[in-house]
Design a protein around this ligand. Structure first.
Ligand SMILES: [Zn+2]
Length: 223
C-alpha cells in the first residue's frame, strides 16, 4: 500500500515529489529512549476519518517485546529540518495545546512542522538546524482526550498551513505496528503475537494552573 497522492480539503500534493525534495528526520531520536525497539502507531494521521491531523509519538515496543504507552518526560524533541521557530501557542481550538511551530526554509515549499503538548526549550524567532533540541514532552491541559498520557502530537503542513501532511513521508516505519483501538487500554496489536505484554508508563497528572500552563494560557494563537 503506497499512496502516491494525499488529498485534503480539495487540495492534492504529489507526495512522492514532496518526499524526494527534503532532508528530514523524525522529531524524536528513539535511541534516547531506554530499551526502545520500534514505534507503535497509537493514534496516526487520519484527518478525514477522525480529524486527527498528526501522528502521536506515544507508544513503543521494547527490546524485551513489551509495549510501553507514554514517553519519558525527559525525551528530547528535535527540529525535523532546518528552519525558524515562528510561533509558540497555547490552546488552538482542536485540543493540541502547548504548541511550537517551525517554518522551514524556502526550498521546503511552505512546509511547517508543529510539536504539541510540549515544554519549549527554545524561543520564538530562533533559527534551528535539523536535529536541534527544541522541547521536551509535557501533558498540558489540552483536550486531545488521551488523559494524562505524555506524548508528542506531531504535525506537518504545507501550502502555508492549509494542507496537512502525513509524517509517514519522513519515515513510514512508524506505521509498522498499529494499536487497535487507541482509545481502549486493552489494546491489541495485529502485527504482534497475541497477549503481548503491555505496560503503561510515563504518565503525568494533568496539572492545570502550573507556571507552564499559565505561560501557554498567556499565548494567543495568531494565525
Ligand atoms: Zn495527537
Amino acid at each position: 500500500m503506497h499512496n502516491v497522492e494525499h488529498s485534503h480539503g480539495g487540495k492534492e500534493i504529489a507526495t512522492k515529489e514532496w518526499l524526494a525534495q527534503f532532508n528530514m528526520r523524525l522529531p524524536i531520536d528513539s535511541s534516547e529512549i531506554p530499551d526502545f525497539k520500534h514505534w507503535v502507531n497509537f493514534n496516526g494521521f487520519s484527518p478525514q476519518q477522525t480529524g486527527h491531523n498528526g501522528y502521536d509519538f506515544a507508544a513503543y515496543l521494547t527490546q524485551k517485546g513489551e509495549v510501553v504507552l507514554g514517553l519519558p518526560v525527559e525525551t528530547n524533541i528535535r527540529a525535523v529540518a532546518d528552519g525558524i521557530v515562528y510561533g509558540i501557542y497555547g490552546r488552538d481550538g482542536w485540543g493540541y495545546a502547548n504548541e511550537l511551530w517551525i517554518k522551514h526554509e524556502k526550498k521546503y515549499g511552505g512546509l511547517t512542522s508543529g510539536y504539541c503538548h510540549i515544554v519549549p526549550t527554545i524561543e520564538e524567532g530562533k533559527e534551528v538546524r535539523k536535529g536541534d533540541i527544541i522541547a521536551t514532552p509535557w501533558k498540558d491541559s489540552g483536550s486531545e482526550d488521551k488523559g494524562p498520557l505524555v506524548h508528542l502530537h506531531f504535525m506537518m503542513q504545507t501550502d502555508w498551513q492549509t494542507t496537512p501532511i502525513d509524517p509517514r513521508f519522513i519515515d513510514k516505519s512508524i506505521y509498522a505496528y498499529n494499536m487497535i483501538p487507541p482509545e481502549n487500554p486493552r489494546l491489541t496489536i495485529p502485527e504482534l503475537p497475541t497477549r503481548t505484554p503491555f505496560r503503561v508508563e510515563h504518565f503525568k497528572k494533568v496539572d492545570v494552573g502550573t507556571e507552564n500552563d499559565k505561560f501557554f494560557q498567556s499565548k494567543k494563537r495568531i494565525r
